[in-house]
Design a protein around this ligand. Structure first.
Ligand code: NAD
Length: 260
């Protein structure tokens, strides 16, 4: 028996990285997964691979119309929505004083407005299904600051706030809302070599690991599958008495100052 048997879960940014691993794990645990992204080719291929347990929808999280259409497709196919994972996000590196307004707004639109729209559009559907879960994707930069990612860090702090408020407002509807706060995870976001068809994936992963070995007490970068397991915990009944909480998953990075 799977931990998500019979549940319908929509995952944004699910075509690659952490979202892809969440979609794969949730489907393996019995969920019907709505794979949502703007990367149509990759998303469609993933849904096809997952078979009867998944479908793909084009969903740009910044667009209200896309959210409404995605909900209609999910309900048309499965009749209900029990869970949402707000995973889509973008990262931009810049000093605050050098950040163009357009860049700051772009990050806010995807990372923060996208999560707000997701909660606002999907929560009533989850309530209509008798309750369920929302998992938002913040970051370790959502609970502490990090230089050169000001716009990103600001949006991730906002997601922790949105998570708490949504948990308070939706508890009465049977909806639990939590957030994952990943540290450095080996995806295209931290490891752009993953986007280069000519790059050697083993070499790229090793270079990243070497960098983080010094910073992270557990001595390595995290795997997207590890974040997916936390998202699964927060989506299934194992976490039935947990709501409104940010969960840091960072190999101990934020535990304190390591003496080396
Ligand atoms: P990724 O870049 O591999 O995946 C991000 C996904 O979001 C992609 O599939 C992309 O197409 C999608 N996306 C981007 N803009 C979108 C939009 N407007 N609408 C819909 N989808 C959109 O990176 P990832 O590491 O898998 O990131 C997943 C989440 O984890 C993000 O919210 C990110 O901020 C967060 N995060 C990542 C790390 C890390 O180290 N990789 C650390 C902390 C938090």
């Amino acid at each position: 028996m799977g931990k998500l048997d019979g549940r319908v879960v929509l995952v944004t940014g699910a075509a690659r990285g952490q979202g892809e691993q969440e979609a794969r794990l949730f489907a393996a645990e019995g969920a019907k997964v709505v794979v949502a992204d703007v990367l149509d080719g990759k998303g469609e291929a993933l849904a096809k691979e997952l078979g009867a347990g998944a479908l793909y929808v084009h969903l740009d999280v910044r667009r209200e119309d896309d959210w409404r259409a995605a909900v209609a497709v999910a309900k048309g196919a499965y009749g209900r929505i029990d869970g949402l994972v707000n995973n889509a996000g973008i990262l931009r590196f810049n000093k605050l004083v050098n950040t163009p307004l357009e860049e700051f707004q772009q990050v806010v639109q995807v990372n923060q407005v996208g999560v707000f729209l997701g909660i606002r559009t999907v929560a009533p559907e989850i309530a209509g299904a008798g309750g369920g879960t929302i998992v938002n994707t913040a970051s370790y930069t959502g609970v502490t600051g990090m230089a050169y990612v000001g716009a990103y860090s600001a949006t991730k702090h906002a997601i922790v706030g949105l998570t708490r408020v949504a948990a308070l407002e939706l508890a009465g509807k049977g909806i639990r809302v939590n957030a994952v706060c990943p540290g450095a995870i080996d995806t295209a976001m931290t490891n752009p070599a993953q986007l280069d068809p000519d790059a050697d994936p083993e070499k790229a992963a090793k270079a990243l690991d070497e960098y983080y070995r010094k910073l992270v007490p557990l001595g390595r970068v995290g795997k997207p599958e590890e974040v997916a397991r936390l998202a699964l915990f927060l989506t299934c009944d194992d976490s039935s008495y947990i709501t409104g909480q940010p969960f840091v998953i960072d190999g101990g990075w934020l535990a304190g100052v390591s003496v080396v």
